[in-house]
Design a protein around this ligand. Sequence first.
Ligand code: ADP
Ligand code: MG
Length: 257
Amino acid sequence: MGRIIAIANQKGGVGKTTTAVNLSAALAAAGKKTLIIDMDPQGNTTTGLGLDKNELEHTIYEVISDEISFNECICPNVFENLSLAPANRNLAGAEIELMTVDRMQYILKEKLHDTVENFEFIIIDCPPALGMLTVNAMTAADTVIVPIQCEFYALDGLTQLMYTIELIQKSLNPNLKIEGAVFTMYDARTNLSLQVVENVKSYLNQNIYKTIIPRNVRLAEAPSHGLPINVYDPKSVGAESYQMLAEEVISNGGKEQ
Ligand code: ADP
Ligand code: MG
């Protein structure tokens, strides 16, 4: 059975998609059969892996609106060992449509059921909101990884995110665990990044990955080439750090808390 990990933080621009894409690619490169699910109507994961989001016949939207099975939306092996369940702006409609469906929080979990055994890791890139798409992701997931951008406002919203995770643990998914928080866009030249890391560590009573993702321009460039960092520039510090993060995720084995 694959481990299902949601990458979530309701703040935009903190590195969710960058982490989802490059962690998935690093897991795949380590020989783990990996599926990445794009749950964001912006479809950045989809374009970041080289697909034209406007040319897709089958996306996660058709899965959620019950037109196709989960397996039908999967683009197999977009890179070796890495398959993609893509999304585009149609998915924005699902947020509303789900409101009228029975057991609306469980749709993704139920749809994924037959797919889980085909992969070792399933990584879900969440949208920047705590709406029904994120709730579906967290209900389907075994664990959550929270990317935290090393900036002054890093703590803003974390309380709300932790509270949402608690609510989901109490009702929809009692087995959900926080896999860990990962710092992103760390800038070693500023004291601010260091301070943010210290502040968040003392505030968050959670696992924090030892790997800290530095600010690295190659990570920002890679999506415009439709490539994960380990293909675009395998020697970059960005590629190295996501590989280290993948090693930590693999060795955590989902049992940490
Ligand atoms: P989110 O999915 O949380 O909105 P993204 O992963 O899209 O965040 O990141 C926001 C922006 O920051 C993107 O332009 C991305 O390329 C850039 N970015 C993310 N992580 C890094 C990093 N470690 N170094 C440099 N740029 C980064
Ligand atoms: Mg994103």
